[in-house]
Design a protein around this ligand. Structure first.
Ligand SMILES: [Zn+2]
Ligand SMILES: [Zn+2]
Length: 259
C-alpha cells in the first residue's frame, strides 16, 4: 500500500488561522482535521493578535479546547524568547526567518516569498542578491540566526529553510553552496530539529533534501496554508524526488529531548 497510504497520514504542522494572518477560524480548523491530520501554527509575534506571551497562552488554550494540536511559527531573529512553560505547553515550535538583519541593514523576505510561491513573475531585486559580497554575508547570518533559534529558543522544526532572496535570485544550487547546505543541515541533525517540506514555497529543493536525508535528518510536512486545506502535490513530489523515508517525518509531536 506503501506510499499512498503513508501520504494520507502525513501530519501537516504548518497551518495558519485568523489568530494571525490566516482567513480560517480555529473552530473551522478543528473541523478540517478530518480532511487530513493537521495542527495550527500561527505567527508569533503577529501585530495586534499574537503580541505577547499572554496572547500565546490564550491561543494554546482556545485551540486545545477544540482538540487541535498547537504549534507556533516563531519569527527567528525577531520574536522575544518564550518561557520554558509556554514552550512546553505547545506541541511543537516551527522557527522560520521572514526578515534578516545583516550588518545593520534589515532585509525583508516578502517579495522573494511571493516570487517563490508563484504569485509574482519577476523578482525585481534579483541582481542585488547575486552580489558576491552580500550573498555570503546573508548565508552566514542565516546560519547564526538558525543556530540561536535551535539553541536559545529550542525550536522543533526549521520552517521553509531555504526561502530567502538568495533562492529567488538564483538557482538554489548556486545560491546555496553544498558546503553551506551541509552546515545548515548539521545544525538541525545534531539537535534533532526537523527540516520542513514547505508546500507553498516549494522548498527545500531536491539536492538539499537528498543531502539532509543522507545526513540523517528528520522532516516535517508544512503546507503553510492560510486558507483551505489543499492537496499535498508539491510535498509528495519533493518526498518522491528525494526518496525521503516517511518514517523520518514528525507526526504532530516534538521529538527533541529536554526542555
Ligand atoms: Zn513563514
Ligand atoms: Zn507560515
Amino acid at each position: 500500500m506503501g506510499r499512498s497510504s503513508g501520504a494520507l497520514s502525513l501530519f501537516d504542522h504548518h497551518v495558519h488561522s485568523d489568530r494571525s494572518d490566516g482567513s480560517v477560524s480555529l473552530a473551522d480548523r478543528a473541523r478540517s482535521v478530518s480532511v487530513r491530520p493537521h495542527g495550527v501554527s500561527d505567527h508569533y509575534p503577529w501585530r495586534d493578535k499574537l503580541r505577547s506571551e499572554d496572547d500565546v497562552r490564550r491561543y494554546i488554550d482556545d485551540a486545545e479546547r477544540l482538540g487541535l494540536r498547537v504549534g507556533l511559527e516563531y519569527d527567528l531573529g525577531v520574536a522575544p524568547p518564550l518561557r520554558a512553560e509556554t514552550r512546553k505547553a505547545l506541541h511543537y515550535v516551527i522557527g522560520a526567518i521572514h526578515r534578516l538583519e545583516v550588518d545593520g541593514v534589515w532585509f525583508q523576505f516578502d517579495d522573494a516569498g511571493a516570487f517563490l510561491k508563484g504569485r509574482t513573475k519577476v523578482f525585481t531585486d534579483a541582481a542585488r542578491f547575486r552580489d558576491e559580497r552580500l550573498s555570503p554575508r546573508i548565508r552566514e547570518r542565516i546560519l547564526e540566526v538558525v543556530r540561536a533559534g535551535i539553541e536559545r529558543d529550542r525550536i522543533d522544526i526549521l520552517g521553509h529553510a531555504t526561502m530567502s532572496p538568495l533562492a529567488a535570485a538564483a538557482d538554489p544550487e548556486s545560491a546555496y553552496p553544498a558546503e553551506w547546505q551541509e552546515r545548515l543541515i548539521r545544525l538541525c541533525v545534531e539537535a534533532d530539529v526537523a527540516i520542513e517540506i514547505n508546500e507553498s514555497y516549494n522548498v527545500p529543493h531536491r539536492e538539499f533534501l537528498e543531502r539532509a536525508s543522507a545526513l540523517g535528518a528528520r522532516f516535517s510536512v508544512g503546507t503553510d496554508t492560510h486558507g483551505a486545506i489543499g492537496p499535498l502535490d508539491r510535498t509528495l513530489a519533493m518526498i518522491k524526488g528525494a526518496r525521503l523515508d516517511e518514517a523520518r517525518f514528525l507526526d504532530g509531536r516534538r521529538v527533541r529531548a529536554g526542555v
